[in-house]
Write a protein that binds this ligand. Sequence first.
Ligand code: AMP
Length: 576
Amino acid sequence: MLEGCTPWPAATAERYRREGLWNGTDLGSLPRAWAEAYGNATALVAGDRRIGYTELADRVDRTAAGFVRRGVAPGDRIVLQLPNVPAFVEVAFALFRVGAKPVFSLPSHRANEIRHLCELSGASGYVVPGVFRGFDHTALALEMAAELPALRHVYAQGAAGSPEVVPLESVDADPAELPVNDPSDVAFFLLSGGTTALPKLIPRTHDDYAYQIRTVTTLAGLTTDDVYLAALPVEFNFTWGCPGVIGTLSAGGTVVLAQDPTADDCFRLIERERVTLTSVVPTVARLWLEEREWSDADLSSLKVLQIGGARLEPELAARVTPELGCRLQQVFGMAEGLLTMSRPDDDVESLLHTQGRPVSPADEVKIVDERGAEVPTGVTGELLTRGPYTLRGYYRAPEHNARAFTEDGFYRTGDLAALTPEGRLIIRGRLKDVIIRGGDKVAAGEVETHLLSCPEVVAAAVVPVPDEFLGERIYAFLVARPDHEDARSEGDGEAGPPALAELKAALHARGLADYKLPDRAEFVPDLPLTPLGKIDKKVLAAAAADPALPRRWTPAPTASETPAVPLPSVSRTQKG
Ligand code: AMP
């Protein structure tokens, strides 16, 4: 296994193999196997392009040979940042074939994220879409290549070709014999939703991901007649493999790539391509339900709508079947592994109020209290899990791994959950300091670090605030440097605390992806502390949700020993 990864213990791995869970699949071999099984049936649809299984396998073989010719070798890490285009699928599988490891990045990632991903993975290559949605990814890639000596190759879609940039289309050569991958080795890296300042890399092995795909594809009962709409970004685990893109292709169905998840685009595609299955986050589901009232699109082909990635309100869940005419499947999951899903025969109560059962009988889940002791059924605690497709360690993160896993290899999810007597999971909240804005996970620590880089800010705490459309938005509480505090109110317009727009501009200029920018910023005299002296985010989250609450924090119980020094009062909310 790649250095920096944590293998499953030998006895566990042996058991997974003996029980046939890990069956030695090499993900790189799949497109050719599919081509043999499904021939010229349509594998991918993107706009007017329709790509058959044989054509896909041929493209993968040629792209793999092209990468080898350009010096890409087994074990190399390549950051892959493409939108929902066929090239994403071709490049990912080509890299699997070569034994190189794609690092799945989002098109919305900017310098801040890309620098981190390249550095952490030691990437030697970076694949970008040229200019996408007005952003010049090639320019960013060149900037990164100039900064990072290990990053030797930039591949851009539609590039003119220059000494520094390889047009992605030119990564093409006559197919060559390539060594088969060790199925227990890492195939690719997904990104963690982030519990710490910057995303961690999640190594997914050929064996573990192939098992996940087989399990969820069987559960979904997918066949050659199924048509999956990739509405969310393909690099999300949800879209890529739950069963998503790979599951649908494994079953001989058709994958339709949507440019974005808007109801307009997606309804048109569902009608045109007779889509049977798709997966969205609750925010998108809400927009679709709203649009449905106005749209006369024919959605009758849609059999199942999977909703997951963030909390689904039961009221919203209840609207899916009556208003969209399809079955709802709740999905709870994480790029780290564990997936739970509702099943077709679930009673309505369970369907609306729980996140279903683990997809594999080999998934081990337990709910524990603060001391790590299991709690009784129905009681809320932290969800821990291990199993045949749940990681045993983040890549190159020994210190974080020591906290994120128990000694016996359970992953501490940071999610608060309870189990029903039937073994269904109810997600009740989070311990981890993450904001789920729409489908995007934003680590509070990362935003705080960037806010603290603003010279006017001496303290920053970022919390989620409930939002009707996005589920949660990002609310920043800030303490201004004393000399900036009252300056504006005293008439010195320039030196006061920065307005939200200025803060956002500053963070944007630092290369932070736009979806991580605060939606609100409020300057307060100080931040509330817990008895242990940590910032009390519970108090802040309550204050963010209720502007009427006082911004003078009640001292924590032991505060008499360590009194917080109140600064002169300045309190302002800025809306974005
Ligand atoms: P990611 O790995 O980016 O998919 O993020 C995984 C995290 O998203 C989980 O640990 C949960 O915090 C959250 N999540 C995923 N699905 C759900 C769901 N159905 N309900 C509530 N939270 C969810």
